[in-house]
Design a protein around this ligand. Structure first.
Ligand code: HSE
Length: 408
C-alpha cells in the first residue's frame, strides 16, 4: 500500500484527489502497488465533501506519519511549500509538485535533498500543466543537444492574443472579457507581463542545459503593447504573434527569455490557439518535436501530478537521475540575442514617406516591407537578423510605433 498526502485542496489538489480515487485500479496497477490518499491538508473545512474523511489542518500529522510515502504539494507559492517539501524529503518521503514558483527557485536544491534521502522530487505539472514535457526532456531527449526550446506556456495570454487576432478586439476589451469568463485572474499581472511564463522557461532552460537558471536573470516582456494593428500586418504575411518562452544555446552561450514573437505559419506553434499550450524542442539529431495540450485546469494538471506519483512509486528505493545542478548559469544578455525584428515607424515632423523609407534602408539595409492600405502614415518592415544591441542602435532616432522579435 502506498499512502499519499495532498498538501492543498484547491483547483489542482481536488483534481489529484478525484483522479486517485476514480482511476484507482488503473493507477495502482500501473504503479505496481495500491495507491491511496491518506491525508489532504488544507486550512479550510469542506462540509459535505467526502474529502472530510481524510482532511487534516496540521502538517505535522503528515510529516510525522512514517506510513506516508509520497507528498503531493499543490498549494502554490514558495512558502510554506518549500519548507513542507524539504521536510517531506528529509523524512524519506518522495514529493511531487505542480508549483512552478517553487521549482524555478529551489528545484536544484530539492533534487539534491531528494538524492541525499534516496527518494524522488518530481515536477511534471510545473510546466505546461497536463502536457508531458519534463519527463520527455530528461528521459527521452537524452541523445540530442537541445538547440532551442520555444514554448507557448501561458494559456491566458494565448487566449487574449487569439481573440485579438480572430475578432479584432483590442487588448483591454479581450482582457476584461477573459476576466468576466474566469479565464484570466482579477489580478492578471503574472500572466500578461510574462512572469508566469518566465518561471516555466527558467525550469526548462535549467533542465535542458543542466545548470541553475535564476528566473530573475531572464529578460521578460509581456503582451500589453501588442495591438490589433500589429495583427493586421501579421494577416498580410500569414503570421501570428505569440508570447514565447525561449531557451537557446548559440555558439556556447545560453539564452533564456520571454517575449512576444512573430510566428510564421510554417512553425507548428502558429496553430496553437486559445488556452492551449505547446512546447517545441529543437534537437541537433532529432530535429523538431512538439508537445501540445492543456497547460492549466484542474484535471489536466492533476493528471500530470498523479503521473509523478506513479513514477515515484515505481522508483521506490532509488532516485531518478535528473541533471540539474545548483551551479548558476550565466545567461547571454538580450543585447546579444539575435533575431529579425518586425518594426513599424512613423516619419519625423520634417520628413515625408519617401525620406523615411530612404532612412530605413540606409540604417537597416535591405528589409522586407509589409504595406497595409489602412496604414499610409507609417512604414512596416522586417529586418535581417540583428542582435538586440544592433537593433537598439539602428532604431535610435526613429519614431518606433511597434517592434516585435521574429521567431527564426
Ligand atoms: N495562469 C496560468 C496560465 C496557469 O494562464 O497558463 C497555469 O500556470
Amino acid at each position: 500500500m502506498i499512502n499519499v498526502a495532498i498538501l492543498g485542496y484547491g483547483t489542482v489538489g481536488s483534481g489529484v484527489y478525484k483522479i486517485i480515487n476514480e482511476n484507482n485500479t488503473h493507477i495502482s496497477r500501473r504503479a505496481g502497488d495500491e495507491v491511496k490518499v491518506k491525508y489532504v491538508l488544507d486550512l479550510r473545512d469542506f462540509p459535505g465533501d467526502p474529502v472530510e474523511e481524510v482532511l487534516v489542518h496540521d502538517v505535522d500529522i503528515i510529516m510525522e506519519d512514517d506510513e506516508v510515502d509520497v507528498v503531493v504539494e499543490v498549494m502554490g507559492g514558495v512558502e510554506p511549500a518549500y519548507t513542507f517539501v524539504k521536510r517531506a524529503l528529509d523524512r524519506g518521503k518522495s514529493a511531487c509538485t505542480s508549483n512552478k514558483e517553487l521549482v524555478a527557485k529551489h528545484g536544484a536544491e530539492l533534487l539534491q535533498i531528494a538524492r541525499e534521502n534516496n527518494v524522488n522530487f518530481f515536477f511534471e505539472a510545473s510546466v505546461g500543466g497536463g502536457i508531458p514535457i519534463i519527463r520527455p526532456l530528461i528521459e527521452c531527449l537524452t541523445v540530442d543537444h537541445i538547440e532551442e526550446i520555444q514554448g507557448i506556456m501561458n494559456g491566458t495570454t494565448n487566449y487574449i492574443l487569439t481573440k485579438m487576432e480572430d475578432e479584432g478586439a483590442d487588448f483591454d476589451t479581450v482582457l476584461k472579457d477573459a476576466q468576466d469568463k474566469g479565464y484570466a485572474e482579477r489580478n492578471p499581472e503574472a500572466d500578461i507581463e510574462g512572469y508566469d511564463a518566465c518561471r516555466k522557461i527558467a525550469i526548462l532552460t535549467s533542465l535542458a542545459y543542466e545548470k541553475q537558471v535564476d528566473f530573475e536573470d531572464i529578460y521578460t516582456e509581456g503582451i500589453t503593447k501588442i495591438t490589433t494593428d500589429d495583427f493586421d500586418y501579421m494577416k498580410k504575411i500569414g503570421a501570428s504573434i505569440k508570447l514565447l518562452g525561449i531557451a537557446r544555446k548559440d555558439v556556447g552561450i545560453t539564452y533564456s527569455m520571454v517575449a512576444p514573437f512573430v510566428v510564421y505559419s510554417d512553425n507548428p506553434l502558429y496553430n496553437v490557439k486559445d488556452v492551449f499550450n505547446a512546447i517545441l524542442v529543437k534537437g541537433d539529431m532529432l530535429g523538431d518535436v512538439m508537445f501540445y495540450g492543456k497547460g492549466a485546469g484542474s484535471l489536466p494538471t492533476a493528471s500530470a501530478v498523479v503521473s509523478d506519483v506513479v513514477d515515484a512509486v515505481k522508483r521506490q528505493g532509488y532516485t531518478a537521475k535528473i541533471y540539474w545542478n545548483d551551479e548558476k548559469r550565466i545567461l547571454g544578455g538580450v543585447d546579444a540575442f539575435t533575431t529579425p525584428y518586425f518594426v513599424r515607424v512613423k516619419p519625423n515632423a520634417d520628413e515625408d514617406m519617401d525620406a523615411l523609407k530612404a532612412r530605413v534602408e540606409n540604417i537597416f539595409g535591405s528589409v522586407e516591407y509589409i504595406s497595409l492600405d489602412s496604414k499610409q502614415d507609417e512604414i512596416a518592415f522586417i529586418t535581417k537578423v540583428l542582435s538586440g544591441s544592433e537593433f537598439e542602435q539602428a532604431a535610435e532616432g526613429f519614431d518606433v510605433v511597434s517592434r516585435i522579435r521574429v521567431s527564426k
